[in-house]
Ligand binder design. Structure first.
Ligand code: ZN
Ligand code: ZN
Length: 220
C-alpha cells in the first residue's frame, strides 16, 4: 500500500494555495519519497507543514523532467534536507546536475530502474521533452504517477504495462487525447497541466478524481 499526497498543483483545496506546477509525496511502509517540487519552494514547504509532512524525512526526490514548474522548489528542498538522493532524467541540464551534486547525491536515470521497494522509474521516455514517470506496484496492480506526460500516454503506458495490470494514473496528462488508453483503469486522477480534464471527466465520470493540493490517496 502506498499513500500519495498532492502537495503542489494548479488547483488547491481550502487552506492551500494554487500555483502552476506539481509535486506529490509517496509514503511506503519503509520510506518517504517526493516526486517533483512545483515552482515556488517556500510555498511547497508551507504546504508540507500544513499537511504535517516533515521534509527531513524524505529519503528520495524524483524529478520527472526539467520544466520550471517541476524543479522550482529544488533549492529549498535541498536546503532543508541535505544528503537527499535525487533521481533525475540523464538528459537534464549538465549545469543543473552539477548544482544538485553540490548538495545531494545525484542519480541519473536512463533505463527503467527500481527506486524503492515496489516503486520503479519508467526510465527516460520521449524525444522532445524527456521525462520519467513512476510505477507504483502494489502487488495487486500498478499505478502510474506522471509529471506532465509529455512523451504521450501510449509510450508511458506501454512501458508501465510491463510491470503488470495498470489500475490507475495520477498526475498531469498535458494535451494527451489517447483517452481509450484510460478505459480499463479504475482510477484517473488528472491535474496540473491536463488540457482535456473536462472531456476525461465526461468520458469516465465514475473513475475521475480531480487533483488538488491536499488530496490524499491510498493506493492498494
Ligand atoms: Zn508541468
Ligand atoms: Zn512539462
Amino acid at each position: 500500500m502506498f499513500r500519495l499526497t498532492v502537495i503542489y498543483d494548479n488547483k488547491a483545496s481550502q487552506g492551500f494555495t494554487e500555483s502552476w506546477g506539481f509535486a506529490a509525496l509517496i509514503e511506503t511502509s519503509s520510506e518517504t519519497l517526493l516526486f517533483d517540487t512545483g515552482w515556488d519552494g517556500p510555498l511547497l514547504l508551507r504546504h508540507m507543514k500544513s499537511l504535517n509532512i516533515d521534509p527531513v524525512n524524505i529519503r528520495k526526490l524524483i524529478i520527472s523532467h526539467q520544466h520550471w514548474d517541476h524543479i522550482g522548489g529544488l533549492p529549498e528542498v535541498l536546503q532543508v534536507n541535505p544528503g537527499l538522493e535525487v533521481y533525475v532524467p540523464a538528459s537534464l541540464s549538465e549545469n543543473l546536475k552539477k548544482e544538485i551534486e553540490k548538495r545531494a547525491s545525484l542519480i541519473e536515470i536512463k533505463e527503467p530502474i527500481e527506486i524503492s521497494q515496489g516503486i520503479n522509474s519508467t526510465g527516460e521516455l520521449g524525444d522532445k521533452v524527456k521525462e520519467q514517470a513512476l510505477v507504483l506496484d502494489t502487488g495487486n496492480g500498478c499505478y502510474v504517477l506522471t509529471g506532465c506526460a509529455h512523451p504521450g500516454l501510449a509510450e508511458i503506458l506501454d512501458t508501465v504495462s510491463r510491470y503488470g495490470k495498470v489500475k490507475g494514473i495520477i498526475g498531469g496528462l498535458h494535451d494527451n487525447e489517447e483517452f481509450e488508453r484510460l478505459r480499463r483503469m479504475e482510477l484517473i486522477a488528472a491535474g496540473h497541466c491536463t488540457t482535456h480534464r473536462e472531456r476525461i471527466k465526461q468520458i469516465f465520470p465514475t473513475k475521475f478524481i480531480e487533483i488538488e493540493v491536499g488530496l490524499r490517496l491510498e493506493l492498494k
